[in-house]
Design a binder for this molecule. Sequence first.
Ligand SMILES: Nc1nc2c(ncn2[C@@H]2O[C@H](COP(=O)(O)OP(=O)(O)OP(=O)(O)O)[C@@H](O)[C@H]2O)c(=O)[nH]1
Length: 306
Amino acid sequence: MQTTMPDIAHSADALQTGKLDWVGMGNIELPLLFASKGLSDTHVTAKADAFVNLQKEDAKGIHMSRLFLALDTLSCEQSLTPKTLTQVLDSFISSHQDLSNAAKVSIHFELPLRRQSLLSQKQGWKSYPVTVTATLNDGVARIELGVDVTYSSTCPCSAALARQLIQNAFADKFQQQTVDTKQVHAWLGTTEGVLATPHSQRSIANIKVLLASDCEEFDILTLINQVENELKTPVQAAVKREDEQEFARLNGQNLMFCEDAARKLKALFNQTNYQDFFVKINHYESLHAHDAVAYAVKGIDQGYKA
Ligand SMILES: Nc1nc2c(ncn2[C@@H]2O[C@H](COP(=O)(O)OP(=O)(O)OP(=O)(O)O)[C@@H](O)[C@H]2O)c(=O)[nH]1
C-alpha cells in the first residue's frame, strides 16, 4: 500500500507567524560554466546562496527543493549569463506563488585567468575570487559583479624616509666637492649605497559593480584589467628576473597609501557605465600588525553605502 508523504511546508502551522526578508540555502555546491566577454566559457566550482522572501505570514516555510533544482538546471543545462541568472530568479518566484515576490542568488567562485608577465612574454595562471549577486524585486532585476584584485602597495612615507637615509649616506661617503661617477655608480650598487628600502605589502581591492539593467553579458576581464591597469602593481603569475626588476620599478613609480588606491579606483569607476560601484581597499601592512583600509562608493541615492 502506498501512503502519502507528509508535506510539512504545506500542511503544518507555523510556530509563529510573520513575514521574513530572506529564506533559503547557503553554500550550495554548484559546478558552473561561466560565460564572460573575451573568455572561453570556463568551468568553475561555485558555491551559491539562494533565497526568496516569505511574505505569507502563516506559511510554515518555503520550498527549498525548488530553489535547489532551479540552480541545478543552471548548472547542468546552461552557462552563467545575466539572462540565465534572471531566469533562475524568475523560477524561484514562479515556484513560490503566494509565498514570495522577491528572490536573491549569490554565486561565488575562483576564476582562473591566463595572465601575461610584465616583460618576458611568459604566461601563468592567476585566480580571482568572483561573486555574482542577482536580486529580483517586484519584477525588477539587479545584477552585480564582484571581484577581489590583489596587488602590491609600497608606502610613500617609507620611500621618502629611505631616500633620506640614502642621501645622508651619500653625503657621508662622498664629502669631496667633485665625485668620481664610476665610483658613485659602483657604490650605488651596494647595500651600503642603497642602505634602506621602503616597506610594501600585499594588498587587496574588493570591488563590486552594479551592471547596467540592459547588460547582456558579463565582462569580468575588462573589469579586472581596468583595476590592474589603474593600480599598476598587480600580483604577478609568471616571473623571470626581468619581470621582477620591472615590478620593482613599477612599485617605485607607484607609491601608494590606501587613500591613493581608493581615490584612483573611484576616479576610474566614475568614468565607466556601471550604475553603481563599491570599493574597499585593504593594505595588509608590513609595518604594522593592523591593516590600512579605505572605502569609496559612487554616492548615488539608494546606492551602495561605504
Ligand atoms: N522550508 C524549510 N525546509 C527545510 C528546512 N530544512 C530542511 N528542509 C527540507 O527541505 C526539503 C524540501 O522541501 P520542499 O521543497 O517543500 O520539498 P517537497 O515538498 O518534496 O517539494 P514540492 O513537492 O515541490 O513542494 C523538505 O524535506 C524540508 O524538510 C528549513 O529550515 N525550512
